[in-house]
Structure formats: C-alpha cells, structure tokens
Design a protein around this ligand. Structure first.
Ligand code: SF4
Length: 731
C-alpha cells in the first residue's frame, strides 16, 4: 500500500523546560496555526545555546502536546466551583472576566489593594510577566506580586547586585570553550542543564588539562567528570569559600593589581578580617573534607589562567543564599577571575524565563528594567512609562510571605498562574491553610490536575508551549522567540490575553489610570512596552525588535539602539555597575542552616532534580518514556544508615521533619554521605503523600521542608531539612 505523505510545517521556538534555553524546531501538520497537530520536535542547529542538540526532555516535547494529552490533561474551559470541594462548572470567558473583575474590585474596595496577591511563574513568557506586573502595580496598586523564581534565583539576583552592582550574569556559554578551571558548586548540570554539560564534556575531552572541581554533598554524574570532588556537608558553602579565600590570601594567590584597579579596598579589608579565623584547616573541619583538597581547589581556582564558576540551587535555596553567592563572587574578585573569556561567576538559571521575569520586574523586590521598588525615583519613572499617577510604595510580599499573609487572613484573593504552590512551596501545611482561607483562589493553568487546582475557586485555561507567542531569556542573557505552531485546545488562551481582558473590565471600576492601560492587541505590543522600560538601563534592549530576532535569531542583552550585536560578556573593561564602577567584597559570616539536627531529627535531607523530570511533572509527567530513568520516588540513604534503622533496600519508611511526614520506600545510595538523605523534588501526591500534625494531607518532598528564608533574598531553604526515618511495620 502506498504511504500517505503528510505535509508538515516547521516553526522555530524555544524549549520550555530549563534555563539553558535551547532552540527547537516544531514540526506540525495543517496549513497554519489554526489547525493541525504537533508531530515532532528537533534541535535548532542555528540556535547558539544548543546548536541542534536536545536532552531527553527537550527531544520528547512533542509527546506533551499530542491530541490525547491536549484533550485529557489540559484545562479546556473556564470553570467556577459553586463551593469548595464541589465540581467546577464551566462558564463562558465573558462571564468569567466579568465575575472576576467584580469580585476583585469588591475586595479592593473593602480591604484595599494589599488584600490581593499574585503568584506567577518563571515558566511564563516575558510578555505575560509584563501584563501581570502592570495589573498588580499599575492598576491594582499593590506590590504583592511574586514569582516561583523566588524559589529559584533570587539569591543569585542579590549576589550580583550586592557584589557587582547589577543583576546581570557577566558570562556566556562560550566561556566553557575558553576556561581552564570550572568550579561547579550547588549544581548538577549533568542532570539539570544537560546540554550545557555536554558542552563542558566536549571541552574537557578537547583539553584534558582543564580542571573541573565539583562541590556537592552527593556524588553526582557531574562529580564523575570532576578532577576533584569536594563532598562538603550540606549548608557549609560559605565556610568553604571563606576557607578558599583565606588560603589565597595566605599563599599570595590574590590578583592585587585587579583588586587595586577595580574593587573597593575598604570592603576587602572587612572581608579579610572576617576570614582570618576561617583557616583552611577550620574550613575543612566545618565542611567535612580534607584540608589538602581544599588547598588544591584554592590553587586551581586562583592560579588557572581563567576560572569559571557554575552554580545553581545548592547555593540559592538556603537561609544563607545571598551570603553563599557573594562568598563565591568574592573569590572571583580577589583572584581577578572575571571580565575575561572563560572567567567569571555564572549562575545557571533553573527555569526557562526566570531571567525575563527579573528583567520585567515581575517580583515583589523588583521593578521593570532592573529598577528598585524601594526607590521613589524608580517608581516614578515606571509610573510615567505606564501613564499612571504613582506606583505603590508599600513593600510587596515575597512567595512565602504571600502565603503566610493568606493563612493569616490578610490576603483575600490569590491569583496564581502557571505554577503549583500546593506542591512546590516549602511547608505544605502552611500553603494549604492559606489556600483554604483565601476568599478567592484563581488558578490560571494549562494542566488540569495539579495539586493547586483542587483549591481553586476559578480555573482559567491557559495556552502553553507550542501554542503561544513571545520571548524568553536564558542564563546567558540571550533573548529567544517563542512561537505558536498550533492553536491552544478548547478555549485555552495566552496568559497575557486573560490578564488583559480582566484588567480592561477592572480599569473603570478602580478608576486609577489616566489613559487606557491595557490596549495590547499582540504579544509584541507588550514586549515593546517592556523594551521602553529598559532604555538607558544596564539591560538596555532598545536596539532589538521582534523583526530583528526573527531575521538574526536570539540575541544577548544589553543591545542598545545602534549596536550591531549584544554584549557577549560584561565588565571586560573592568568597570562594574556600582555607582563608583568598582566591585564590592561582601563580608557575611558562615551560618549553619536554620533547621537544626538533633537526636530526634538526626539526618540532613537535601532535595534536587532528576535527569528526565521537570518541576512538579505537570508537563514531563505525561511522557511515559521519561519515567524509564527513575520510575518512582525513593528516599536515598547511605548504605550504613539503613541497618541502623532496621531497614533494607525497598522497605517502606516514615520520613518525618518538624513540618510534616511522608511514607515512601528507601534506597541504599553510596553517593550520599552517612547521615544524609536525598529526595527528588518532582513527585506529587499521586506518588508520595503524607500529613501534617493535624492530619492534613500533604504532597511530595515539600511536606518536609522548612519555610525559613534568606533575610536578603527571601529565598526559602529548600535544600535542607532535619529529618528522622523510621521503618513502617506492615500489618
Ligand atoms: Fe530543554 Fe534544558 Fe534540555 Fe535544553 S537542556 S533541551 S532547554 S531541558
């Protein structure tokens, strides 16, 4: 029988999973985006993030958009619950917009703007962020807008700003091809940023003399590539960096010339005093490693012609997250390892558009164009750009604070978009109390069966990857286009359109705007408004346009008007973004994690990613083949910790922290240190559930984690919890 030839169209877009930001080519059927199906996905050979390569998640993206998935796993219609716990009933978009606007306006009138909170996502596109941010600050008049990027990169933001003066990663992926020493700390790029890791492997194969140091409490696949693995105790990163700096000072490995020309001398004096007692021997003792290994790492870091640090959640998700970031940047500044090809601190962004959200200012602690909501001049500039009288001055609540306020009854309306706090935030008991207490929980989502959906009063079906237009920014400041290959299923719509249509009805009810604020007809309209807010700022993209991105492909910022291209690296002239142009050493002491180990909770739990899953599995969990690598959750413990508790491989155990408990199988894992446990972050209540002290049902690893956060970045300590593990006796 003759084969039927199906014509396919190709659409260039970007992978929606991690912050590497790989380019993809979507193959779809149909004559245009209004019809057809996605039938395949390929790596884009012209995209500079991946040059055609895709990892296991990226290469199976088309399987997340099959007709079966779109019809069975997606939200397809707006729906309202008549009562909590009742089945949601479909309603038209027009009625939904109207009811939402009326309910929000009523709460606004009765309780004020700060009774409303928005909790959005680093998975949203820059244009979606722009719409949400303007709704919150420009129309509602509240700074209560935060993003799940608070759980991801907010410590890196503070680290860059405190040390270098700007939230701008100074490096680029090409630095992997130029570096002589890679210092990977608090990151497992082999699993979490696979395409970048392949590039590192290739660089190492080409230049075996290149040194790789991995700092991680666990032996990971990234550590397998390392010349030196520093298997530190969890939470001791600051002590390690201070010990490394002490060694560099003592051994004379500092770049005194760089420091004199480009850093603030007084700030180094304070740091030198702080690290005086953190001798290599003392730091090695605190970290639980060999002093000789610490000294070797210090020499390689300082003496290599170019040293590049790669870091991620192991530094960020901590009550000392900002201190960990600045301690690492201190080392780069002291050794002159910055502002040259192959040298510098390089935060690896977790989510596909956490960077774009930072640029737009879609977080409580940020304003558009890297402005600061605490500065009156910055607020006035944004108000002028948006055509509103003023922006609110009251500080906004960050992720955990939003849910604390909701649990206390101070937040009445929570509008949640593209994220699943009932699984992903720490201290699940608190989050669930908050969702139950809110008068109105609005969930704008693509996928129907998230844990948060059960708490939503209103469900708004959103378009997702392959169905919407916009932009994202990856870890190396590169802006890529995201394009629609097919139409959203059912009545799902792009996120910015949902926001715009509610906001248009709210505008006359709140009577705050001097001119219509939500006139956007296309995603590009929003992007142009964002672009205007960057002009003259450190992230200036005045020279970029959708047309240029379409013609010339993804571009790095800054890209001011008149520039031929964006900046590959920052600070190559030694001029930093601080007021005096000099980088600052930040002296912050080492502090132990806040959750304390004791006789009752003697094990330290760390959390992390699996190679083939993503966040709470809303997307990756619909692809059966992605379960081949790790089919079910297990708590990993060092082999000697199992018999101590009467356990053997595969036994069920009750795992408890001060915040909740779970029951799940244990697995012996020699990659962990004794007295440490590891549990991947992805598994939700369909795989692993538990309860709090009141018997409330909890889901996944965050039943166990602590809501304590870094005082500077407000990023919670998802990487550390004190736990106990007890055998479950089956009847
Ligand atoms: Fe997608 Fe990240 Fe894999 Fe690239 S490395 S294909 S961006 S998940």
């Amino acid at each position: 029988m003759d084969k039927v030839q199906v014509q396919t169209r190709s659409t260039r877009s970007t992978c929606p999973y991690c912050g590497v930001g790989c380019g993809v080519i979507i193959d779809s059927t149909g004559d245009d985006t209004s019809q057809g199906e996605i039938v395949g996905v390929r790596g884009d050979p012209d995209h500079p993030a991946n040059f055609g390569r895709l990892c296991s998640k990226g290469s199976t993206l088309h399987l997340t958009a099959t007709p079966l998935v779109r019809q069975t796993r997606r939200l397809l219609q707006p729906a309202w619950r008549p009562a909590r716990g009742a089945a949601a009933e479909p309603l038209s978009w027009a009625q939904t917009h109207q009811q939402l606007a009326q309910r929000i306006a009523a709460v606004h009138a009765q309780h004020g703007p700060d009774a409303i909170g928005l909790y959005i996502s680093g998975q949203l596109l820059t244009e979606d962020y722009q719409a949400f941010n303007k709704l919150a600050r420009g129309l509602l008049g509240t700074n209560n807008i935060d993003s799940n990027s608070r759980l991801c990169m907010s410590s890196a933001v503070v680290g860059y700003k405190q040390s270098l003066g700007s939230d701008a990663p100074p490096t680029c992926y090409e630095d992997l091809d130029h570096t002589d020493c890679v210092f990977i700390t608090g990151a497992n790029p082999a699993w979490a940023h696979p395409i970048l890791f392949r590039r590192l492997e290739a660089a190492k194969a080409k230049r075996p003399e290149m040194k790789i140091i991995v700092v991680d409490p666990r032996r990971t696949e990234s550590a397998d590539l390392a010349d030196l693995h520093l298997q530190i105790l969890p939470g001791t990163d600051v002590a390690l960096c201070h010990g490394l700096l002490h060694a560099c000072i003592w051994e004379g490995w500092l770049d005194r010339d760089f420091m004199a020309k480009h850093t603030e001398g007084a700030s180094f004096d304070a740091l030198k005093t702080l690290v005086r007692t953190m001798t290599p021997r003392e730091a090695a003792r605190i970290c639980g490693i060999q002093e000789a290994d610490l000294l070797k790492a210090a020499r390689w870091f300082a003496e290599s012609p170019a040293t590049l640090s790669l870091y991620c959640q192991g530094l960020n998700q901590s009550t000392s997250g900002s201190a960990k970031n600045t301690a690492l940047i201190n080392l780069h500044l002291a050794c002159g390892q910055i502002g040259r090809p192959g040298a510098g601190p390089f935060s690896l962004t977790g989510q596909p558009n956490a960077m774009g959200g930072r640029e737009v200012g879609g977080m409580a602690s940020l304003l558009p164009g890297h402005r600061d909501p605490n500065l009156a001049d910055d607020r006035a500039e944004v108000a002028r750009l948006w055509g509103v009288d003023a922006l609110p001055a009251t500080p906004g609540k960050t992720a955990v604070e939003l849910f604390e306020a909701a649990a206390a009854g101070d937040i009445k309306v929570l509008w949640i978009a593209c994220t699943n706090p009932a699984q992903s935030l720490p201290d699940q008991a608190l989050v669930r109390r908050a969702l139950e207490r809110c008068e109105l929980v609005i969930l704008q989502e693509a996928f129907a069966d998230t844990a948060t959906a059960a708490y939503a009063d209103v469900l708004l079906p959103a378009a997702t990857w392959g169905e919407k237009e916009g932009t994202v920014t990856n870890s190396e400041r590169r802006i890529s286009r995201v394009r629609a290959a097919i139409a959203p299923p059912g009545e799902a719509r792009p996120d910015w359109q949902i926001v715009r249509d509610v906001a248009r009805l709210l505008e006359p009810m709140l009577k705050q705007a001097a001119r219509p604020m939500f006139t956007y007809e296309t995603a590009e309209d929003l992007w142009l408004e964002h672009r205007a807010a960057t002009v003259g700022r450190d992230l200036d993209i005045g020279g970029l346009s959708y047309a240029l991105l379409d013609q010339s492909g993804p571009q790095q910022w800054p890209f001011p008007a008149g520039a031929a291209q964006g900046a590959q690296r920052l600070y190559e002239d030694g001029h930093f973004a601080t007021p005096n142009g000099r980088a600052r050493f930040i002296a912050q002491p080492w502090k132990a994690p806040q959750d304390k180990l004791d006789a009752r909770y003697p094990l330290s739990l760390t959390t992390g990613r699996l190679r083939d899953q993503w966040h709470g599995m809303s997307r990756s969990g619909v692809v059966p083949r992605l379960f081949g690598h790790e089919p079910a959750p297990t708590l990993r413990l060092h082999p000697q910790d199992l018999p101590l508790r009467g356990l053997k491989d595969g036994d069920l155990a009750q795992v408890s922290s001060r915040h909740g408990s779970l029951i799940l199988p244990v697995q012996a894992d020699a990659d962990a240190r004794p007295a440490q446990a590891y549990l991947p972050m992805h598994w939700g209540e369909e795989f692993v559930s538990g309860q709090d002290a009141q018997g409330r049902r909890l889901a996944g690893v965050n039943a166990l984690t602590n809501k304590a956060f870094c005082p500077d970045s407000k990023q919670p300590e998802l990487k550390f919890a004190a736990i106990q593990v007890q055998r479950v006796e089956l009847p």
